[in-house]
Design a protein around this ligand. Structure first.
Ligand code: AMP
Length: 427
């Protein structure tokens, strides 16, 4: 099979790495790809927003399956256009991608189908949003409705802070994403990311993972796209996983089918595990980044076969196998990230780092310039390791990270700390 993967981050490098191990694969292309993806796929400089150009590339290269990594092309309807022109594509339609593209859409779906989530209100003007917020307990959560690259959420400790966040949304701080505002009850508990492969009718759970969103050690400082992740996630026990499937994932798949917009692709639930059980914080409609990097190391089954089964609607007869081992990834980011990452700095020692037992290095934002490897983005490398325990995976990942010579970058030194503490106390 010839496969075209869309995207250019660490998530896509991990997907490309796993896809390239499939015996079904003939040629793997990635658009636009990056300096590390080039080791496992042919990178093609396609303008992904130009759907006609993507279709032409697929026809010219006899592409059998397109796999879409990031959310923006999904929300822009790339899957719809490719499917209409007869090209098989893994990922949700534009209508189904509203689960990520509109928080209001998802909240209304949860309310209608009894899916546990935070209490909420939807608003299109500042005055009524403020009036509602004034009646709620603190802290209160203010969110821009649309895609805001993870930046449209404010946890307000005071009503004045909530009012300021509401005004910022309606004054265009997040562009069109903020023209509607969702105000939510603050949930207390431990967060977890849960992934399920969906074929429109059936859902198959993937392993759970936990990420670290804050930039600094001890989970401090501004939010980022994610500074590291690990799997398994201790809060998601087999019993909790069954509850999440029964109370959240399966009802969502059924609800989308009932609405006539069946969900195909990866449903990524951001959850709060509260004293009352799992509650949905938000949905994403694609693989998580950097969670995918750890999931791909733990996946034993053929990823290409799994993505095909989801696309073809036959997940009910499919099964996924996982290694029992733990996996952990440390994100190496450019100095200045997340505000103003410095680009163009040179990275050395990646081969030495990759030689550490159990380690895979995924590239998130690099390009090759002759023999040199240069940083191109905020999050640049994902040093990922497998081990018998989270502690072992962590030790290997940090041994490898220390072998990388990159004065232009930094990383957190405590990824996985909660899981490592838990392992210590359970010994
Ligand atoms: P979101 O973009 O909706 O995932 O929100 C980003 C982060 O804000 C989440 O990962 C949570 O840490 C936090 N958050 C969002 N909504 C809530 C909520 N209702 N209660 C508590 N924390 C929340």
């Amino acid at each position: 099979m010839n496969v075209l993967l869309i995207g250019s981050g660490g998530r896509e490098h991990a997907l490309a790495w796993k896809l390239s191990a499939s015996p079904l694969l003939s040629n793997l292309y990635c658009a636009p790809g990056n300096g590390g993806i080039a080791d496992v796929a042919e990178c093609v400089p396609l303008a992904v927003a130009d759907h006609t150009a993507v279709m032409r590339f697929c026809k010219d290269n006899a592409i059998d399956l397109v796999v879409v990594g990031p959310e923006a092309p999904l929300v822009a309807g790339l899957v719809d256009d490719l499917t209409t022109s007869g090209i098989k594509c893994f990922g949700p339609s534009q209508a189904a991608a509203q689960l990520e593209g509109s928080k209001g859409f998802t909240k209304d779906l949860c309310a209608e189908f009894n899916i546990p989530t935070a209490a909420y209100g939807r608003f299109t003007d500042a005055a009524s949003a403020k009036a509602y917020a004034a009646q709620q307990k603190l802290p209160i959560v203010v969110k821009a409705d649309g895609l805001a690259a993870g930046k449209g959420v404010t946890i307000a400790e005071t009503h004045a802070e909530a009012d300021a966040a509401i005004e910022a949304c309606f004054e265009g701080a997040f562009g069109a994403a903020g023209s509607e505002v969702v105000i939510e009850e603050f949930l207390v508990g431990e967060e977890a990311s849960f992934f399920a492969l969906c074929d429109g009718k059936n859902a198959l759970p993937l392993a759970a993972a936990q990420d670290h969103k804050r930039v600094g050690d001890g989970d401090t400082g501004p939010n980022t796209g994610g500074m590291g992740a690990y799997s398994p996630a201790a809060v998601v026990t087999p019993e909790m996983s069954a509850r999440i499937m029964d109370e959240i994932i399966n009802p969502t798949v059924a609800a989308m089918q009932a609405r006539g917009i069946p969900f195909k692709g990866v449903l990524f639930a951001g959850l709060m595990i509260t004293a009352d059980g799992p509650k949905l914080i938000e949905y994403n409609v694609r693989f998580g980044d950097p969670e995918t990097q750890v999931l791909m190391l733990r996946l034993k089954s053929d990823l290409l076969l799994a993505l095909l089964a989801a696309t073809d609607g036959v997940l009910d007869t499919f099964d996924l196998r996982w290694y029992d081992d733990a996996a952990l990834t440390v994100v190496l980011a450019a100095n200045g990230y997340p505000a103003t990452p410095e680009t163009g700095t040179e990275i050395n020692g990646v081969e030495k780092a990759a030689a550490v037992d159990g380690v895979e290095i995924f590239h998130a934002g690099t390009r090759r310039d002759g023999g040199r490897l240069l940083a191109t983005g905020g999050r640049v490398l994902n040093v990922t390791a497998i081990g018998n325990t989270v502690a072992e995976a962590q030790a290997r990942a940090y041994q490898a990270a220390a072998a990388i010579d990159w004065p232009g970058g930094f990383y957190r030194k405590d990824i996985g700390w909660r899981a490592v503490e838990r392992e210590k106390t359970s010994q």
